[in-house]
Design a protein around this ligand. Structure first.
Ligand code: AMP
Ligand code: MG
Length: 490
């Protein structure tokens, strides 16, 4: 069933990883499988055997040609540097070549205690596994670069967090698992050769256009390229009200994918200070801070490459500083691209930024649901729509804004119908609402009932199209079910 493994990472020198076979589990059961993704990865599904698949995705059977390993990395966690994190419970089976010819990592998360476990249990509870499954797949369908979920299995064993929970393993697919923290691991050891190897691997896998650049330019160009992807990525998060929640440098992907779905959540009523994670006491990773944290992480990345950027350290620092400084402008530009689209604007005008900001102010003062407010703009292109207005607790802001917006829309090349259609293709109706996610996870973990999970998965598979009978999935949480805190508990 598995496609052929390439073993790119396993061929790196020994100090990049520790060979580690997944620890078998008691009674693996396949609870979710992503057929479309499997096909894209070249899996042969003609004789698909569910029990065999469960054995594979639990790590009980290692597929032929895989060389399982735990990757070494470091990372700044909430601003504090930890020189040795590494895969404490994840195992990379190897890389496969997808239908488009790209290498993709296949990793089992929750596969047992590796030598990087630091006293933790090496396992994952079912709730967080399903959470990552649902949200990463939803992000993909919402058009955001992200790691993907190929399968989830339960293990037949219990894991102990706040309460005992069913154990599970997630099969994660990524463009790669190279992180800012991977570079930091070797930079902290002053292992310049290893940093160069990693940088060349990042170029080979994610930025092949840089391979032909002069060596004297290549590594600063890599910082720029990673930065461009991060700026675009975070702008997309901001456009969806997505809050990652743990933007530590070990969770910052060199490929520019969203990675590590822990306490992440989508904002409902618009407030830039929104923060869900219970472990983020200082609000470091609140919604409004995300771009600036991405920039901070990129600065840490650039630091690891300084010796490769220029022999003269002063010149290296100057070059890197100039690049990192430019993040602000790049991000602002990406953000404006996202927000213009969300308001149905294709032309670019001077006043657009102010128009976006005024809309956000109206959302904030009216405590309106972020997702639905954008979505229902499609109903208000020509005249005030009660469906939109009812989202606002106070309406002065939005009522003053709508005529301004329409005046601007009148200068677009297309008419109201086409603009409404445009709005519906960029502003989703369905996102993984926190209370719906919680409901699905609780039913699965506490009652072994996967119906709500399946139902939510189905709704999220088509986020831009109205699905009759599924209105409840589009609505913010009723006050009794609102989720204000998410727990890492992973
Ligand atoms: P995360 O918060 O998921 O980004 O993880 C940070 C670090 O903690 C990584 O090195 C993980 O591998 C490790 N880690 C998280 N949970 C566990 C666990 N249950 N067992 C072992 N290591 C873990
Ligand atoms: Mg992580």
């Amino acid at each position: 069933m598995f496609p052929e493994f390439t073993l790119r990472y396993a061929r790196l020198p020994d100090r990049f990883f520790l060979r580690f076979d997944p620890v078998p589990v008691k009674a693996p059961r396949l609870v979710a499988f992503n057929r479309a993704l499997a096909e894209q990865l070249g899996f042969d599904l003609t004789a698909f055997d569910e029990q065999q698949a469960a054995e594979w995705f639990a790590g009980n059977t290692v597929p032929e040609g895989a060389v399982p390993l735990a990757q070494a990395y470091a990372g700044h966690q909430f601003g504090h540097f930890n020189p040795r994190l590494g895969d404490g419970r994840a195992v990379l089976l190897g890389e496969v070549t997808d239908r488009e010819g790209h290498l993709r990592d296949i990793q089992l998360k929750g596969a047992g205690c590796t030598p990087f476990s630091r006293g933790a249990d090496g396992r994952a509870p079912l709730g967080p596994v399903l959470r990552e499954y649902l949200i990463s797949e939803a992000m993909h369908l919402l058009g955001v670069p992200t790691t993907r979920a190929l399968a989830a299995v339960t293990t037949g064993e219990r894991v102990f967090r706040r309460v005992p929970e069913p154990g599970a393993v997630l099969t994660r697919v990524a463009a790669s698992h190279l992180r800012v923290g991977t570079f930091q691991y070797f930079a902290a050891r002053e292992d310049l050769e290893a940093v160069r190897t990693l940088a060349d691997l990042a170029i080979e896998r994610h930025y092949p256009e840089l391979a032909s650049r002069e060596e004297s330019e290549r590594y600063l160009a890599l910082v720029e390229a990673v930065q461009a992807r991060q700026a675009a990525l975070v702008a997309k998060w901001m456009g969806l009200g997505f809050i990652h929640g743990v933007m530590n440098t070990d969770n910052c992907s060199i490929a520019g994918e969203t990675i590590d779905y822990g306490p992440c959540a989508f904002m409902e009523a618009y407030d830039p200070d929104t923060l869900f994670s219970s472990i983020d006491e200082g609000g470091r990773y609140a919604y409004r801070n995300q771009p600036w944290i991405a920039q901070w992480n990129l600065a840490r990345f650039a630091e690891t490459l300084l010796p490769l950027i220029d022999d003269d350290q002063e010149r290296a620092v100057d070059g890197a500083t100039t690049v990192i400084k430019a993040f602000e402008e790049q991000y602002e530009a990406e953000w404006l691209v996202v927000m213009r689209e969300k308001l149905g604007l294709v032309k670019q005008e001077e006043g657009d930024r102010a128009l976006v900001e005024a809309f956000l102010e109206a959302l904030q003062s009216g405590r309106a649901d972020f997702t639905l407010a954008f979505r229902r703009l499609s109903e208000a292109v020509e005249e005030d729509a009660p469906t939109l207005l009812e989202l606002f607790e106070t309406r002065e802001g939005i009522e003053a804004w709508l005529p301004r917006w329409r005046e601007r829309l009148a200068r677009e090349e297309v008419g109201p119908e086409a603009i409404a259609e445009r709005l519906r293709t960029v502003n989703p109706l369905y996102i993984p609402r926190n209370h719906k996610v919680e409901e699905a996870l609780t039913a699965a973990a506490e009652d072994n009932d996967f119906t709500p999970f399946e139902a939510l998965r189905e709704v999220l598979a088509d986020p831009f199209t109205e699905q009759p009978g599924r209105e409840a999935y589009a609505l913010p949480a009723p006050p009794t079910a609102a989720v204000f805190r998410t727990f890492c508990g992973t």
